[in-house]
Write a protein that binds this ligand. Sequence first.
Ligand code: ASP
Length: 358
Amino acid sequence: MTSNPSIFEKTPHLLVLGMGGTIAGLAPNPEENPLQYQAGQVGVDALVAHIQSVVPEGVKLVSRQLANINSRNLTDALLATMGLAVREALLDPLVKGLVITHGTDTIEETGIFLQAICGKLAQNQGKRVILTGAMLPSNAPGADGPSNLLDALRWASTSIDNCPGGIYAVMDGRGCLAIDLAKRHATALNAPIQNAPSSSVGLINPSWLSGVKAVQAAWNEDLPIPNEGEWPWVEILTSHAGARPETITQWLNSAVKGFVVAGSGQGGFHDAWAQPLNQAMTQGIAVVRTTRTGAGETLRNIPEVDALGCCASGSLTAPRARIALQLALNAAKLANIASKPLTWQDFFARIADLPVIR
Ligand code: ASP
């Protein structure tokens, strides 16, 4: 096993893409204060080298550093770089599977992004792309990164018969679809997989697997990655007690293209926003309603019937709905150039209406 691309790029291998995060973090005083650390300090080569003695016999690894950031600083441009690298690797017959080491703060955004831009490609190529990360920095006592990375590599390298190609995630001994992963606790070791329908990495649960297959059957066509400088500007606005119309009106003279409203309860928003949101939609700003509760579905006719120009997010959380709306707006723009009669709502619904694994 090696992480040296020059030796193994001509032989079948697993590709490990490094994006940074806590899994690559270092704490100055790991014994006393492991949670005070800097993310994105250790190279992906070193993360791979650390576990190489326990990687299954015969599995060749090649690593490639795409970024080494704290994922709270993830950008549109980095998502595009990652998306292009993943697509290229999925088409490379020598790459048997991929693992991406990533910060957990925005792993939720990356999960939906990869599903939307290459979920079908991964399925068709029969390859798994597996996101993983850590909650403790690499030098903390009991660091969880090495075991998460090892689990991800093992899962990426096992036969396709036990679980189809697709975009998955692994944390704390469990695997799930990457679209189900979201950080739901600030510090717990299973924070990104809490509440996600998941399966033990070692023993795939049949009912989870049939849910995975239903999602994959419903995902028919990957969406394009927006070109550099062409990612639509989409903001998340949270409704709350004491909400003011100015939260909406201040955007109306900007270049913003969409709002994701993280509403209260079932995705309703403060009455003070009703008129300015109507104004936004009249101006052509896309509006998606979702719920700030963090779970459950937002339906198009509850609590009110949605106005034209507004879409309910289904099961998508606000961060996922934001990425979905960016991709949908971009896809609709390209469809329009190609004279296809498809709107952003058509593309958004493809993602929002995916089956939910219970
Ligand atoms: N702030 C870190 C990051 O997202 C947290 C983590 O990786 O767990 O990069």
